[in-house]
Design a protein around this ligand. Structure first.
Ligand code: ADP
Length: 400
């Protein structure tokens, strides 16, 4: 069974064709600059890369080009679109219309349209791509939501302290994001922990990348997560402020003479590591600046480190214990320093990291970096969001 996974951004479209019998990626690629000058596709198959530049007015044009590459007689992987059993789409926001990955027919499409405004930059391109796929390929389409894994959060964790009827009418509450990543790494962790006789009931998953979020996963289900109605809530990130007093936002808008729309962009794009350090949103560049003695870069690092530790502490309390901490995402998978500073002096929680293992952890594979006598297993797990989308898609279409 071959499943095509697509992830549409406002001007981009990433895709992977996955053979589900062995869960291997057959080919993958990216379409860039859709609807703007310089549009092109980069298609990767069998270790080779093919680049085609072509004007692409919209996501239908882009998807047509993807299908041309997939079926190309020289570097294609299938002879006909009929070989694709289903298409899985990453959709960022489900609102309250969906609480799990869902087969998209005309009725579901209407519901999807009704929540498009909740993620105005992300959901509309996914919808455009879904519509193109539904009209161009004769196979089922499944939406897999970034918010889906967090739908199990109890009301006390997901509601904001606003009048309840306003929540009911507006649906404004915490939804959480990076759900496919938190789902993948928590499931991998549970597999590893139970196979090796360790407890796996209470896990904190730390997805640390340009965008960062932390989740509490109890009994395999998400019970809390750091991002909120939008990805702005929670930790300080590359360019996002993370948590801030809501009343300070209005004060800041007045101070900067900005509208609410402008201040939201400012908090999403000009803040975080970039804004605090004045150096970069990129974590590696931040670390280089620290090595060169830049104190504001050090401050941004310390804020990130401190906030991750606070989330681990609060989720340990929320779950009534801690069996494992998982690090993933570009920073979590590669940054041994942040793993070391986050877990420092947490022996009172049962956390002990093996320094050598942490520094020498091979990349691209799961590594248990805990000391032998650590009560809490500390794991580094490379995330694989596309595989979660493909697995969910397979599960949904198998039940049709
Ligand atoms: P996104 O959220 O866009 O998917 P990634 O998960 O790819 O982002 O993470 C990007 C971040 O990972 C960047 O801040 C980058 O500096 C950081 N990163 C990548 N490699 C390393 C490394 N070796 N050490 C520390 N940070 C790294």
């Amino acid at each position: 069974m071959k499943i095509l996974v697509v992830n549409a951004g406002s001007s981009s479209l990433k895709y992977q064709l996955i053979e589900m019998d062995n869960e291997e990626v057959i080919c993958k690629g990216t379409v860039e600059c859709i609807g703007i000058d310089g549009s092109k596709i980069t298609h990767k198959v069998n270790g080779k890369e093919y680049e085609i530049e072509k004007p692409l007015a919209n996501h239908t044009d882009a998807f047509n080009l993807v299908m041309e590459c997939l079926t190309n007689s020289k570097y294609g992987s299938i002879s006909s679109p009929k070989e694709i059993s289903a298409i899985g789409h990453r959709v960022v926001h489900s609102g309250e219309e969906f609480d799990r990955s869902t087969y998209i027919d005309e009725k579901a499409m209407k519901k999807l349209e009704s929540v498009a405004h909740l993620a105005p930059l992300h959901n509309p391109p996914s919808l455009a791509c879904l519509k193109s796929c539904m009209s161009l390929v004769d196979c089922p389409n499944v939406a897999v939501f970034d918010t889906g894994f967090h739908s199990t959060m109890p009301d006390m964790a997901k509601l904001y302290g606003i009048p309840y009827e306003d929540y009911q009418a507006s649906k404004i509450r915490k939804y959480g994001f990076h759900g496919t990543s938190h789902k993948f790494v928590s499931q991998e962790a549970i597999k590893y922990l139970s196979a090796n006789g360790y407890a796996s009931d209470k896990i904190v998953t730390c997805h640390l990348g340009n965008g960062s979020s932390i989740s509490a996963v109890k009994g395999g289900k998400c019970v809390d997560t750091s991002m909120g109605m939008t990805p702005l809530e929670g930790l300080i990130m590359g360019t996002r402020s993370g948590n801030i007093d809501p009343a300070a936002v209005e004060m800041l808008a007045k101070f900067k003479k900005m509208t609410m729309e402008e201040i939201t962009i400012y908090l999403n794009k000009k803040s975080g590591f970039l804004g605090v350090s004045g150096v970069s949103s990129d974590f590696r560049k931040l670390c280089e600046a620290i090595d060169a003695g830049n104190e504001r870069a050090k401050l941004a690092y310390d804020m990130f480190n401190y906030q991750i530790r606070k989330f681990i502490g609060s989720y340990t309390v929320a779950m009534g214990g801690l069996d494992s901490i998982v690090f993933t995402g570009g920073i979590g998978e590669n940054g041994s320093l942040i793993r070391s500073t986050v877990t420092k002096d947490l022996e009172f929680l049962g956390v002990k990291v093996d320094k050598e293992l942490n520094v020498n952890a091979p990349r691209g594979t799961m590594v248990d970096i805990s000391a032998k006598d650590s009560k809490v297993r500390v794991l580094v797990i490379p995330t694989n969001e596309e595989l979660v989308i493909a697995r969910d898609t397979k599960e949904v279409v198998s039940a049709l």
